[in-house]
Design a protein around this ligand. Structure first.
Ligand SMILES: Cc1ncc(COP(=O)(O)O)c(C=O)c1O
Length: 385
């Protein structure tokens, strides 16, 4: 159909005018290390198990799926209990199409017009975008400019002053890789409750999309006795199933009841539920790949530091490095050498997702070549903020 109008001429909500949709470039490049995907395809036995489970589900596709995904939530609760040592049941777990949908449902239920959400930038930019999409005001707090940690006393003061309705803590944080200490999460949770405008406190969302890659244990046990704390997780990273679109949360059962007020009925298809179930049966195998990726991540950190680059400590399946006078020019140079990485707009920095050993070698060679081409070098020393 030919276009008869432009987006600006539509009766669009004012806050969406002039904005662009989220998304990294999808370029056809030999080595793609830009979206924090798991580089390993699913093992063949799992592919066969998915086919079996999906065939079973296909026989019942004339019916709507299990609306509350109780079977899948039970399996997810089992996975969380097994891997964190903290017992959770299906009433404490909720699932959706990717953790982005989990975050959207949380903001639909706890954010919205007249309410605000606060996060510590640079962080996962979808937090702010989902806030915008749900009519929630966004408040941007900062991080230490050197190591990208959250400065706890400064963050407590900022929360006390801003009084957000929803607080985002991303740990490990995307794009920096930084994990947040449990004592800091406790302090920020308490500050958010004390500062909240309403008498029911504020929602605190811990985004643990990369938890399985961390040196630190999951913050999941902290949901005990903290009814306003929610842990968001995904099968996109550690499970190597970004294409599946399956995210989940763990929280007090009352919070799970609350998100059900805003979810669309039958939001998780029977095919998605069957596939996720099959992947959970293989969690031990998939977590084996995570161990390999963690050691490759640590190798990337060492090798980049050996090139005199400044590398942020990483607890995730990606590494932030710099500093470059012109990060975008450096990003382009690395691309010319056949490797797609990410320019998240963090001053002086770029981010690379951990790939297979061979992909990482290609990336490291590309960085060496790009350093030569651009004469970029990390500064000898830098001023601390
Ligand atoms: C911190 C963080 N949270 C959530 C997501 C969303 O993941 P998904 O919707 O695939 O579960 C991502 C994806 O990159 C992420 O980096």
């Amino acid at each position: 159909m030919t276009r008869t109008t432009r987006i600006d001429d539509l009766p669009l909500r004012d806050e969406l005018r002039g904005k662009s949709p989220y998304g990294a470039p999808q370029l056809d490049v030999p080595v793609r290390l830009n979206t924090n995907e798991n580089p390993y395809p699913l093992p063949e036995e799992l592919v066969r198990r998915i086919a079996e489970r999906v065939s079973d589900a296909a026989r019942g596709l004339n019916r709507y799926p299990d609306r509350d995904a109780v079977g899948l939530r039970t399996a997810l609760a089992g996975y969380l209990t097994e891997t964190t040592g903290h017992r959770v049941g299906p009433t404490q777990v909720w699932a959706a199409n990717g953790s982005n949908e989990i975050l959207q449902q949380l903001l639909q239920a706890f954010g919205g017009p007249g309410r605000t959400a606060l996060g510590f930038d640079p962080s996962y930019s979808m937090h702010a975008l989902i806030a915008r999409g749900t009519g929630t005001g966004w408040i941007s707090g900062g991080r230490d400019a050197h190591d990208f940690t959250i400065d706890e006393p400064a963050a407590v003061d900022f929360i006390t002053e801003q009084r957000p309705d929803v607080l985002f803590i991303c740990s490990p944080n995307n794009p920096t890789g930084t994990a947040v200490a449990p004592e800091t999460v406790r302090a920020l949770y308490d500050a958010a409750q004390a500062a909240a405008k309403g008498r029911h406190g504020a929602l605190v969302v811990v985004d643990e999309a990369y938890a399985e890659f961390s040196h630190r244990p999951s913050l999941l046990p902290m949901i005990e006795g903290r009814p306003n704390l929610v842990i968001s997780r995904t099968m996109s990273k550690a499970f190597g199933a970004a294409g599946l679109r399956l995210g989940y949360l763990a929280a007090d059962p009352a919070l799970v009841d609350a998100v059900q007020l805003v979810r669309l009925p039958y939001h998780l298809s029977a095919v998605t539920q069957a596939t996720a179930h099959a992947a959970l049966e293989f969690s031990q195998t998939l977590l084996g790949y995570v161990e390999e990726l963690k050691s490759e991540r640590d190798r990337l950190v060492r090798e980049l530091r050996a090139m005199d680059l400044e590398v942020t400590d990483s607890d995730a399946n990606f590494v932030q490095f710099g500093r470059f006078a012109d990060p975008h020019a450096f990003w382009e140079k690395v691309l010319e050498h056949g490797v797609l990485i990410r320019d998240n707009g963090v001053p002086g920095r770029l981010r690379v997702s951990v790939g297979t050993r061979a992909e990482n070698d290609t990336f490291l060679d590309a960085v060496r070549a790009a350093l030569k081409d651009t004469h970029e070098a990390a500064p000898e020393s830098e001023e601390r903020p």
